[in-house]
Ligand binder design. Structure first.
Ligand code: GDP
Ligand code: MG
Length: 226
């Protein structure tokens, strides 16, 4: 039996840049479990990664929407050991649906999210001030039901407490209606306000290293399948 890698609460703090993937063939071989961050351009994907990992400029948080067209991979684990990967994906949102003409999605992010067996969870960033769009719904639909889904309502510092709760309720209801039985958790999140960080970290860490009690998925993702 190979030794089970113990994942401490500090796993996300070990994040470092691993590689940028511009073409599907550049993707590393499947292996360690992966969690992808997905969402419209400017919805706060990169900022969420930086904040969750307590790193200022790990994932480049751009003020220019739509700039990241590649997948950016970040490795987690002790030095020289990749225990897990975080993946920052290109934003969608300028096309009506993510799988439309938008090259980043069609050629790279879409196929990656659909075909990757190492993918254990997807964190979806939704700007709390915007509607859940058809593109967001199409993206959620695209993710295989065996992959965990978590929605972060980002930039909640822009709204007061009452308003946040109201939006959260509406989004929970909307997602429950659109994806019955999928059990999509919604977290009120703010990078500068440091809202929802621990809840989000706990969820990501559970995906990356499920304990036997977490039950719904076996922890065998790191073993190569031959
Ligand atoms: N006020 C506020 N601004 C945020 C938050 N998260 C991201 N932003 C800002 O929103 C813009 C887009 O964020 P970024 O992480 O680059 O979005 P991405 O395109 O989805 O990666 C940047 O100007 C961020 O500083 C947040 O929680 N609160
Ligand atoms: Mg980004």
């Amino acid at each position: 039996m190979p030794e089970v890698t113990r994942v401490s609460m500090r796993l996300l703090n070990t994040a470092r840049f691993a590689t940028t993937v511009a073409q599907p063939r550049q993707l590393p071989a499947e292996g360690p479990p992966e969690v992808a961050f997905v969402g419209r351009s400017n919805s706060g994907k990169s900022t969420a990664i930086n904040t969750l990992c307590e790193r200022r400029r790990l994932a480049f948080a751009s003020r220019t929407p739509g700039r990241t067209q590649a997948l950016n991979l970040f490795a987690l684990g002790p030095a020289d050991t990749v225990v897990a990967l975080l993946v920052d994906t290109p934003g969608y949102g300028y096309a009506k649906v993510p799988l439309g003409i938008k090259s980043g999605w069609d050629a790279l992010a879409g196929p990656y999210l659909r075909g990757r067996r190492s993918l254990k969870g997807v964190v979806v960033t939704l700007d709390v001030r915007r509607e859940v769009t058809a593109a967001d719904a199409a993206m959620l639909e695209w993710i295989d039901p065996s992959v965990g889904l978590l929605v972060l309502l980002t930039k909640c510092d822009k709204l007061g407490f009452e308003q946040r709760i109201k939006v959260k309720r509406a989004v929970v209801k909307q997602l429950a209606e659109a994806f019955p039985g999928r059990g999509i958790e919604v977290i009120v999140f703010s990078a500068p306000g440091r809202l929802g960080l621990d809840e989000t970290r706990a969820k990501i860490e559970a995906w990356l290293a499920p304990t036997p009690d977490d039950a719904d998925q076996p922890a065998q993702a790191a073993a190569p399948e031959n």
